[in-house]
Design a protein around this ligand. Structure first.
Ligand code: ATP
Ligand code: MG
Length: 238
């Protein structure tokens, strides 16, 4: 579905990502994990065509991706950012916006919006203004908006980071259900190994802009491969 070869990203003479190889198969949910500043969001932005790598090449559905990414490719992906970025309109219009751009009929839009707001337990907020939502509600609406366009690849940057423990647990359960029913191909960033262990089949550990380990969450815990990986994972041992 998506492949990145030898990705390096420099900004202001600083190397942010170095020689990253990444691939994503259809239906997979892959995790990117690492401490603050390790380059997780940067890699996600490059994979989602929001930043251009200094070196390296991206492939989407088998085709090499040009520097100026064509709209039909951009429209096949959806992103949920670390801070939810909703337009200050009603919840319905936020979820509908991506569908309008894609030319769906009014009836289809209503059906799709209602379905996804229902899946994420926020259908009762349809008419509420986005500005008045709580953090947890806004995150649910952002996820509904992303799934509504039925993307070929979904990118999630720390979807739970601003949530308290019970809210996070509830949303994690709902997201697990949605993943198993839709099989959406996903890249998910988290700094919490528990999220990665619950939701992904395979994860890459980033430290200082480099991939230092890769494997299923249980493989990574069992045999951390390098001392620096073991030190990082030790925080999640309990
Ligand atoms: N546009 C940019 N220009 C300059 N430096 C940048 C840019 N984007 C990211 N960086 C730097 O790259 C490094 C990695 O940042 P990034 O946001 O990818 O980390 P992260 O792993 O997502 O961290 P966090 O867990 O805090 O979200 C940081 O040192 C950051 O300051
Ligand atoms: Mg980040």
């Amino acid at each position: 579905m998506l492949e990145a070869r030898e990705i390096t990203w420099k900004k202001d003479h600083k190397i942010i990502l170095q020689d990253i190889h990444f691939h994503l198969l259809p239906g997979e949910c892959v995790g990117l994990i690492g401490p603050n500043g390790s380059g997780k969001s940067s890699l996600l932005k490059i994979l989602a065509f929001l930043e251009t790598p200094t070196y390296g090449q991206l492939y989407f559905q088998g085709q090499s991706v040009p520097k100026s990414v064509p709209l039909p490719i951009r429209r096949k992906i959806a992103i949920v950012f670390q801070e939810s970025l909703l337009l200050n309109t009603r919840v319905f219009d936020n979820v509908a916006a991506g569908l309008k751009i894609r030319g769906l009929s009014k009836g289809k839009i209503r059906e799709r919006v209602d379905y996804w707001l229902e899946q994420f337990g926020v259908i009762h907020l349809t008419k509420q203004l986005a500005r008045s939502l709580s953090g947890g509600e806004a995150q649910r609406v952002s996820l509904a908006r992303a799934f509504a366009i039925e993307p070929d690849v979904l990118f999630l940057d720390e979807p739970f980071s601003a949530l308290d423990a019970p809210t996070k647990e509830g949303l994690r359960i709902d997201l697990t259900k949605v993943f198993s029913s839709t099989q959406t191909t996903t890249v998910m960033v988290s700094h919490d190994f528990k999220d990665i262990a619950h939701l992904t089949n395979r994860a890459l550990i980033l430290l200082n802009g480099q991939v230092v380990a890769e494997g299923s969450p249980s493989e990574l815990l069992r045999s951390p491969q390098k001392e620096e990986v073991e030190r990082f994972l030790a925080h999640f041992a309990s």
